[in-house]
Design a binder for this molecule. Structure first.
Ligand SMILES: [Fe+2]
Length: 376
């Protein structure tokens, strides 16, 4: 029986090598704001676009409320659309600015768990062009905004209407991404697919998409690092899988990996993909251990799903999945948390603000502390 569910569709998708060439026809360059990272501006292909566009903002790092407010103040009333080209942080900056151009006050007022107001949902149309295969922001309804340091946070500006109107995915744009960045972004996208696949909020629609995305990762991810030449086929597959991860996370939610990675990113300068990558194997192993304790009374669906992934990897089961995650962590050289000056005495504070989101097993704060200790 198919159980009831609701599903937010993503916007229009233009996918394929060279598809970035369609950008000049998608918006009016006189009234569009281009938000981009340095890597795009140094790309030859950018000239076609930057020569025509009147408003350009170069950004770097995760967006803070101050950055979003400052760009919004500069362009409000002058632009009718936003094009964001870059990694997840650049896309989130563009998404927040597009929304705040139609909204009163500072973005901080509308952040979940920080502000007191609900986002009204009006936004300028956003064209999202990712250059890393990671957050899936090109398909999600939220922009992650961070304030770093003591009392820092990493929170979402979220509304169904904030899903980008158009996503342009051109695998050529991803090829200049350095391997360590590709590794951490990829681990983020894989975490998002796996967490939404086994989420307590998953449904038949998100399962179908997540399973396809996970399979694309299983078949292609390592090829990005092992092959001598740039593997454009593998890049296209991972770029599409990352897009799918955005759709599934927006509709099925995430789990404990992201429930811990969020607070870590607010308190310490740990890149989001690195935090997810380093936590993923430990969280999944502990989730399996805890769900297996319940297996005598019922058969947790999450374990069946993990067995299915083990089958896809190599006719194995959930344990092959766990082994594969350990191998990826080692092969990709994803660092532990102590590389970012996180010490054992910092763990209780991180665990206190962590959560389980929609993980199939809800860990206690003590258990989260143990996971963190393991990943120092
Ligand atoms: Fe993520």
């Amino acid at each position: 029986m198919v159980e009831g569910f609701s599903f937010n569709n993503p916007g229009k998708l233009i996918f394929g090598e060279g598809s970035v060439g369609s950008l000049p026809d998608l918006t009016d360059p006189d009234s569009a704001l281009l938000v981009c990272g340095q890597s795009f501006l140094s790309n030859q292909k950018s000239r076609l676009l930057t020569e025509k566009i009147k408003f350009i903002k170069k950004v770097s790092g995760e967006p803070s409320p101050d950055l979003v407010d400052s760009i919004t103040n500069d362009v409000k009333g002058k632009i009718k659309s936003v094009i964001a080209i870059g990694g997840g942080s650049v896309l989130d900056t563009g998404k927040a600015v597009a929304a705040m151009c139609c909204t009163e006050g500072s973005v901080e007022k509308y952040l979940e768990g920080v502000g007191t107001a609900l986002p009204p949902g009006e936004t300028l149309p956003l064209v999202a062009v990712p250059t890393t295969a990671g957050t899936g922001s090109e398909a999600t309804k939220n922009a992650v905004i961070s304030r770093r340091g003591p009392g820092g946070y990493k929170k979402s500006l979220r509304h169904d209407n904030y899903i980008p109107a158009i996503a342009v995915i051109d695998p050529d744009l991803y090829l200049s991404c350095p391997a360590p960045l590709m590794a951490s972004c990829g681990m983020d996208a894989f975490s998002q697919l796996l967490e939404s696949y086994i989420s307590t909020k998953a449904n038949i629609y998100t399962d179908t998409l997540a399973l396809k995305g996970l399979n694309l990762f299983i078949e292609n991810f390592m090829n990005l690092f092992y092959s001598e030449e740039k593997d454009t086929d593998a890049m296209g597959a991972i770029a599409f899988a990352a897009y799918l991860s955005g759709i599934t996370l927006a509709n099925a939610g995430l789990g404990t990996v992201h429930g811990i990675a969020g607070p870590i990113g607010g308190l310490y300068p740990v890149p989001h993909g690195t935090a997810c990558g380093t936590l993923l194997p430990a969280v999944m192993r502990k989730t399996v251990e805890e769900l297996e304790k319940q297996e005598e009374e019922r058969s947790p669906i999450a374990l069946e799903k993990m067995d299915r992934l083990g089958q896809l990897i190599g006719k194995g089961n959930r344990y092959l999945l766990l082994e594969t995650l350990d191998q990826w962590l080692e092969t990709l050289n994803i660092p532990g948390l102590s590389s970012f000056q996180i010490r054992e005495e910092d763990i209780p504070v991180i665990a206190e603000s962590s959560g389980n989101k929609n993980n199939p097993y809800a860990f206690s704060q003590k258990q989260i502390e143990e996971i963190l200790k393991e990943r120092l």
